[in-house]
Write a protein that binds this ligand. Sequence first.
Ligand code: CUK
Ligand code: CUA
Length: 644
Amino acid sequence: MKMKFNCLWVAAGITVVTAMGFSGCKPGKVSQEADGDAAEKVYVAPGKYDELYMFASGGFSGQIAAYGLPSGRLLKVIPVFSQNPENGYGYSEETKPMLNTSHGFVPWDDTHHPQLSKTNGQDDGRWLFINGNNTPRIARINLATFKTEEIIELPNVGGNHASPFCTENTEYIVGNTRFSVPLDANSDVSIDSYKQNFKGAASFIKVDKDKGTMNLAFQLVIPGFNYDLARAGKGVSKDWIFFSTYNTEQANTMLEVNASQRDKDFVMAVNWRKAEQLIAQGKGKKVPARYAHNVWNEETHSATSTIKKDVLMLDVKDYPGIVYYIPCPKSPHGADVDPSGEYIVASGKLAAVIPVFSFKKMLKAIESKQFEDQGLETGIPVLKYAAVLEGEVEKPGLGPLHTEFDSEGYAYTSMFVSSEIVKWKLSTREIIDRIPTYYSIGHLSVPGGDNKKPYGKYVVALNKITKDRYLSTGPELTQSAQLIDITGNKMKLLLDFPTIGEPHYAQSIPAALVTKNQVKFFKLEDNHHPYVAKSEKDARVVRKGNRVDVYMTAIRSHLAPDNIEGIKLGDEVYFHLTNLEQDWDVPHGFAVKGANTAELLVMPGETATLKWVPDRVAMFPFYCTDFCSALHQEMSGYIRVSPK
Ligand code: CUK
Ligand code: CUA
């Protein structure tokens, strides 16, 4: 097949890629028209619903966005690691503890990989997990409410990029370190001592079957490489998880050169079931470690943050049989497992082929000890490439990153440098089709593309650069996703749509799996918030020293109390607003002039608290921020602040 690159910069090959610092594609003059019937395929008529939810990470916005597919309509921004003035997340007293870490309050992060919870290897629509890359954290969003309900920080980890991945029945959510670092308890060492002191730590978070609550069960101490993306096995390989691994050179300067020396890096195969058994036998060591665990309490509608003091660690070099390395050309990024669980597809960013490994062959190679010496002193066996290899996809394009699958035996790989998606047949590894993406695709996402039975139908390209694709908005441009039809032999571009932040990765799920669990409003009778006012007659102002608690209610169309006096400069005022409505889609908001704590947006039946320290003697108006009825403008009041 003739290769056609829409990126001429890199047509000269890998050397050019390396020389240009792997910075991706520049837009050319080519512009692809969508097919004639594309509009019909993405048109969702007014009042009609989309077929799928797509959850995309917002990258450096620290949020997640929920879109409808095929329309690409933005349905909601879900704040996770970032404060969100739109609904007071991270500003209200109830939600502030969600952003606590062992470093203190960190109201920002970098989200990359949304991961839907699974039952029997299928998305079950219960929870969505996502990583914070910067201050290593993993969050759980409840898909019944689209609220972030839990955040757990990961100790001993630098850059929580290889995260989070879900085992077949959501037994564990797994994360790994991007930057190996000295273990927290032994961190003051010279950077020069990288090879000796820097370690990787793979985190295994146990997920409660019913509630979804997370618990950092154990960490595996692994060699001090850089770890990249992973997938848990499924079916035959369900007890394993496969991570891509780069910088096996263990360079600590100029990684772009020094971490690309070796011809092959690795896919790291981890038998998590075996590790779990060893932990159950008491083989783990408790190591001092500080990390925050923040949990939302549904009854009190508020979060609590606890700082944990230690973690169980198991050094894999002391326990043979947990970890094996599979050589993989060159600086692998994605490691993806096919629907059957038999094939592991690894994508070397700088590699000229895509290797497809066989799980069965891997087990055989382990059994017959087909190891090779790679001159590494890690104590971890390295399997022979040829012994594990099923075959290679040849000349796939430049810069393969990630692979997802459909239910018909095809795989789709994103090519960052040649900016395209390549469709190939899993059984023969022959290339079937390729389609350009605009521009520089990172991840791609097939609905259910990591499930035992993918839904297929579409592939979404998540692009790094938009340049000339939309009306321009100055130097800072929107980021972008592209919806591509994969129902036929040829892939067809249907739609471009802008995204919030950088959409690193996305997962999509049939809408019905989510809507069937949706909460429409909170029952007032179940509200056990300590500062709830369940009816207007409970509305009141209570003073204790210089702390003033205002128990306030909101119902169409007034706030009570609406005239507050007796507040003195130097007081700390807490507005606890309870929304008394018991109906879907009637939120009330609350804002007070000059408050630097944003606003509240309170759902029916819920209580939320805004802390305010008045800065001057004045008359401060407050009002409801959400247009809630014809008398919304009347929903307001005054608070008088007098001298001390
Ligand atoms: S990464 Cu592979 S292209 Cu953060 Cu998942 Cu972005
Ligand atoms: Cu309540 Cu506007």
